[in-house]
Design a protein around this ligand. Structure first.
Ligand SMILES: Nc1nc2c(ncn2[C@@H]2O[C@H](COP(=O)(O)OP(=O)(O)OP(=O)(O)O)[C@@H](O)[C@H]2O)c(=O)[nH]1
Ligand SMILES: [Mg+2]
Length: 455
């Protein structure tokens, strides 16, 4: 049995409304001491899930706010407990006073994520759904939000549970063979089981592989604009953003510190760093800038290698090209509004994607959009909740996949039923960790600590 918690569920800023949420066995009683219905009937007698009008008052009877209250009786509520929401005006001082009155009347302040944690502990959602709540709230792009909403709907949990059901059935089969070796156990051959395990393992491995994309959805793609000085890196950042963010000058060496901004294009979220032009220099600040540029390039999931198309390729460009090799890179041959003196063929033989662009006119940026689509999004499944965005989930799914593949191989070699059982139990354990059917306290604490208060 839990106590009753209360918190502000909307952001702590002034706005049109501020919603205070209470959950717990005495939620209705506590709220009823602070909120008085206009009809003067008890809050407990209010029709469930219907807003009722009233006022919030303190112990002296002084009115703190006019508000609406709604009661969601458990177990059909977000947390599975009795929940009350007070829809107040979004006045921070009034909300603070209202919360204090609730705390004096028997509620205690909720911890971060405690409402959702209770929802999980009361079986209202599995752990993948609880994690989807925070992913939805913190999503930075439409795709990330859609994927989180799908997971909240239970897409991921359902597909893991389907595998879990099949494995439990097979476990029962091996358990019977271990417990009653002399009896005739249903006619499943090791070959059939191995084939099924291979298929399920493959399914989980494919799911695990979606994590690369999921991570990009969640964290964005670190992307470095790299080039020698004065080729137009800062101008390109400004063109991508659509406003003058970075300093642009005719003098080489304008940018020193790296500067990161979010750019949404090609269906992906790029965290683009403008960097200092790469060159040898005696200037200390610029030298450090060049170091940071190299670091940004090493960390980048995509390098935008910038060249000045109005000049011929020189040794400084070639040095930058060497830095960019290895990871995914797009060569942007900038200043296409000027006559081209760049040997495009040489570039095209060294890099897969070479695009003439102009930061000045914006020409070529659409082509960059479709190249990004080709590099990052092509052939991917839709973001409907089937993409793993969470390292914890991805690791558990990968562990389950590996256990199944190993068990399938062991069965083909002809292992004993109890060895096969151990392998299956490992896979089941990993799946249960993922959905939270089995989750230890430390993991739960870690997960819910990422939440905001009031969620
Ligand atoms: N004609 C033309 N000029 C450009 C274009 N892009 C940038 N420039 C000019 O090139 C010069 C250098 O631009 P920046 O954006 O500062 O170049 P950068 O690569 O950031 O330079 P550093 O920070 O010094 O490394 C400026 O005079 C810009 O106006 C372009 O597309 N066309
Ligand atoms: Mg610059």
């Amino acid at each position: 049995m839990f106590d009753t918690i209360a918190a502000l569920s909307t952001p702590p800023v002034s706005g049109a409304i501020g919603v205070i949420r209470l959950s717990g066995p005495t939620a209705v009683a506590v709220a009823g001491r602070v909120f008085v219905r206009r009809s003067e009937e008890a809050l407990a007698a209010a029709p469930p899930r219907r807003l009722c009008m009233g006022r919030v008052r303190d112990e002296t009877g002084a009115t703190l706010d006019q508000a609406l209250a709604v009661v969601f009786p458990g177990p059909d509520s977000y947390t599975g407990e009795d929940v009350v929401e007070l829809h107040c005006h979004g006045s921070l001082p009034a909300l603070r006073e209202t919360l204090k009155a609730l705390y004096r009347n028997g509620a205690r302040p909720a911890e971060p994520g405690e409402f959702t944690k209770r929802a999980f502990l009361n079986g209202r959602m599995d752990l993948t759904q609880a994690e989807a709540v925070i992913d939805l709230i913190t999503a930075e792009t439409g795709d990330a939000a859609r994927n989180a909403a799908g997971q909240l709907d239970g897409t991921l949990g359902r597909s893991l549970t389907r595998v879990w059901d099949k494995l439990t059935f097979l476990c029962a089969h091996f358990q019977a063979m271990v417990d009653y070796p002399e009896e005739d156990v249903p006619p499943l051959t090791n070959g059939q089981i191995a084939a099924e395990l291979t298929e399920l393992g493959g399914e989980l491995a494919r799911l695990g592989d979606t994590y690369n994309r999921g991570r990009r959805l969640r964290e964005g793609i670190p992307c470095a604009l790299l080039g020698k000085p004065n080729v137009g890196k800062s101008s390109l950042l400004n063109a991508l953003l659509g406003y003058d963010r970075a300093i642009v000058t005719e003098t080489p060496g304008a940018t020193r510190d790296t500067l990161e901004e979010s750019v949404h294009m090609g269906g992906v979220w790029l965290r683009v760093s403008d960097t200092a032009g790469l060159r040898e220099t005696d200037d200390e600040a610029e030298r450090q800038g060049v170091q940071r540029a190299r670091q940004a390039a090493r960390r980048a999931g995509l390098v935008l290698l910038v060249l000045d198309g109005s000049c011929e390729l020189d040794d400084a460009d070639r040095a930058v090209m060497d830095e960019a090799r290895g990871g995914p890179a797009v060569v942007l041959v900038n200043k296409s509004d000027l006559p081209c003196r760049m040997d495009m063929e040489t570039l095209e033989s060294a890099f897969l994607y070479v695009l003439p662009v102009s930061a000045r006119t914006g020409t070529g940026l659409e082509a960059l959009d479709s190249v990004l689509r080709r590099i990052f999004a092509a052939g991917s499944p839709p973001c409907d909740g089937g993409i793993l965005t969470n390292l914890r989930q991805a690791e558990a799914v990968a562990r389950a996949a590996a256990a199944l593949t190993e068990t399938a191989a062991a069965l083909t070699r002809g292992v004993t039923p109890d060895a096969a059982l151990t392998g299956l139990e490992d896979a089941l354990g990993a799946l249960e960790e993922c959905t939270g059917r089995q989750a230890n306290q430390d993991i739960l604490t870690q997960i819910f600590a990422r939440f905001c208060i009031g969620k």
